[in-house]
Design a protein around this ligand. Sequence first.
Ligand code: SF4
Length: 344
Amino acid sequence: MVTLLGKTLTELQDVAISVGLPRYAGKQLAEWLYVKRVTDFSDMSNISLKGREKLAEQYAIGRTAPIAEAVSRDGTKKYLFKSENGEYIESVFIPEDDRATLCVSTQAGCKMGCRFCMTGTLGFHGQLTTADILNQVFSIPDSAALTNLVYMGEGEPCDNIDAVLRSVEVLSAAWGCGWSPKRITVSSVGYIPGVKRLLDECDCHVAISLHNPFAAERADIMPIEKVYPIEQVVSLLREYDWTHQRRISFEYICFGGQNDTMRHAQGLRHLLKGLDCRINLIRFHESPDNSTLAEFHSSTSEQMEWLRDYLTNIGITTTIRRSRGEDILAACGMLVNSLQQDKS
Ligand code: SF4
């Protein structure tokens, strides 16, 4: 069975022709999939009965409901999905006063091996398809409430860039969901080949996981630094215009004494000098059960506030991101579902 979710308008026109429907039925298919979001061919009422039957024989829509849900005391919800290839992955729905954000996974597990990240301890279990990514967006019960999407769940999005770009295209195309790309942020640890394509081939916001401005210290916690140094990533970012609609931000998890000192603040100042960007400081979530992360500790609130004020005073817009969903292991870097662990 070929999955339809994730196909472009042109591809859906070819699908229509393949089952004996006119080419224009491709547009109708796109509307059923991406606007009305039906989960069954029988609901596609403006497509002939024979056409629907033939579609059902050869194609799958690609929608599957989450198989489990956990709700935090702060309202954050974590959903567990099974991917097309049978891997277990998680998404996190984060409601706030004026927005509702979904954090989606792009890979099952991750191969980047960041030492502070629980997802990284899972290892890599495979790429998600475009359908897997879109299914997280469309199949959560809160889908209609979504205002924003961040690609910050399991995996390194720029290491699965074809599926990521295609999902962004479906979400933002006029024939697709029609979202503004400004509602979408794709994160990366700085996997340069994928970051370059992200910058060249779509208009969504970009967030780079920075966590330390010094190469040797960053390499110690993020192996990617040895292959694609953060200085090269920042040089690449400098080639693009960030003064208009598109936004570049840097994610910075604060580890007490390890990356939150005056020396680090000055390192950030030097690294990002002149770049129109913002920094999001993130509290590190100490994991109750994971001794492999025991060497990492969160900065104090006072130190994070000091770092925020220092960076803001030198002209870098800096915020402290509010922690969400910690009690259900849904916060940043905590996605490590037990079903996938059991398979590992
Ligand atoms: Fe992978 Fe992101 Fe975790 Fe690094 S922080 S191991 S890139 S999921």
